[in-house]
Design a binder for this molecule. Structure first.
Ligand SMILES: *Cc1c(COP(=O)(O)O)cnc(C)c1O
Length: 390
């Protein structure tokens, strides 16, 4: 078993009490929520309770919450659903260059359907400039979609300002809040958000379950067709156990958010400071303060991220790198390129993402092991040797 799990932006551990409650829902309240007999109605009660719990986390109304099969589904459903519904009003959508692929690939698919997409650049910290949003709006613009916080570099975007600009021009505002939900406060009303995506497994709930918030009055075409479940927006017999887990994760996150974020910011900043001090030729990626409490992303020059990950794994540390090897290509991350990193620096990036289970001892252990790993890898790096020769 992995001793130190620092890849919580990829997924999180399900809280044991949530897993237990889900098991009970599957074996006891296993009825179809659409049935009228008791176990069906019990299952339906689970949906009602979770809908309220999820709404409470983001200051929405329960009728504005639709359960989904996770973040990618939610993003696809909202973008495509709104685009197709409002296409007679206009065919232009504004997003950012650093969105998750669930947004970017949906946008590419919409381009094939005739939509025009503007991919806004970001500054060196990964922030979208609200003034750029305003400049990009045309009479054809129907939607602005900018993520609440970036999954790689942790930067928190000025969503409230961007939403205000969209609304001033009569344009809908969507945010992919998958990394932010349960980690930082979100108030869909105050933050000028019309639609939002979340997924349970990024805040200690189960995988394959999420929700979207759709403000009353916003219309869209469904992504999944079939029965009348989820206000006819998402057909299919509901994943009762998963939805129960999502609701419980929302309650837990709301209750402990202030405490846990304070604790994680302390450890995050200790880790950042330690890496920058102990290892030469390193830089922090993302905004120094407007960043997720659990996100550390650094570029370590003259080495490949993949090699670093393997050596960290051998020391029992689970981490992630910025080169998108997972997609089968060796292209560096589009996010790191968008903040202006050259290819060779983007290749040596390391993302360490904390959770409420992360301890100071674990951070100290990483700070003890990482400098040696980097030093050994650099010894084998011709680039590093050349640099030294200069
Ligand atoms: C993880 C993630 C997603 C995808 O969510 P899934 O539930 O894994 O489909 C979408 N957007 C962002 C920003 C993410 O971090």
């Amino acid at each position: 078993m992995q001793e130190i799990y620092l890849d919580n932006a990829a997924t999180t551990r399900v809280l044991p009490e949530i897993a237990q409650a889900m098991a009970k829902a599957m074996t006891e309240n296993y009825g179809n929520p659409s049935s009228i007999y008791e176990i069906g109605q019990n299952a339906h009660d689970i949906l009602d309770t979770s809908r309220q719990q999820v709404a409470d986390l983001i200051n929405a109304e329960p009728e504005e919450i639709t359960f989904t099969g996770g973040g990618s589904e939610g993003d696809t459903m909202l973008l495509r659903g709104v685009a197709r519904k409002y296409k007679n009003k206009g065919n232009h959508i504004i997003t950012s260059a650093i969105e998750h692929h669930a947004i970017l690939h949906t946008c590419q698919a919409l381009e094939k359907e005739g939509f025009k997409i503007t991919y806004l650049p970001v500054d060196k910290y990964g922030k979208v400039n609200p003034a750029d949003v305003e400049k990009a709006i045309t009479p054809q613009t129907i939607l602005v979609s900018v993520m609440f916080a970036n999954n790689e570099i942790g930067t928190i975007e000025p969503i409230r300002e961007i939403g205000a600009i969209a609304h001033k021009h009569g344009v809908l505002m969507h945010t992919d809040a998958v990394q932010a939900t349960g980690h930082v406060p979100i108030d869909v009303k105050a933050d000028n958000i019309d639609m939002l995506t979340m997924t349970a497994h990024k805040f200690h709930g189960p995988k394959g379950t999420g929700a979207v918030y759709i403000r009353k009055g916003v219309k869209m075409e469904p992504l999944v067709y079939g029965g009348p479940q989820e206000h006819k927006m998402r057909a299919g017999t509901e994943n009762t156990a998963g939805i129960l887990g999502l609701g419980l994760a929302a309650v837990h996150a709301k209750k402990y958010m202030a405490e846990h974020s304070k604790q994680q910011i302390k450890l995050r900043d200790k880790l950042i400071k330690g890496i920058l001090e102990k290892i030469p030729y390193t830089r922090l990626n993302g905004h120094p303060t407007d960043r997720l409490p659990n996100n550390v992303n650094v570029s370590i020059q003259y080495i490949e991220g993949e090699g670093m990950l393997l050596h960290l794994d051998m020391e029992g540390i689970a981490a992630s790198s910025g080169s998108a090897c997972t997609s089968g290509t060796l292209d560096p991350s589009h996010v790191l390129l968008a903040i202006g990193l050259p290819h060779e620096i983007a290749h040596g990036s390391l993302r360490l993402t904390l959770s409420e289970f992360t301890t100071e001892k674990e951070i100290d252990y990483v700070l003890e092991k990482l400098p040696g790993i980097v030093e050994n890898l650099r010894k084998m790096s011709p680039l590093y040797q050349e640099r030294k020769a200069v």
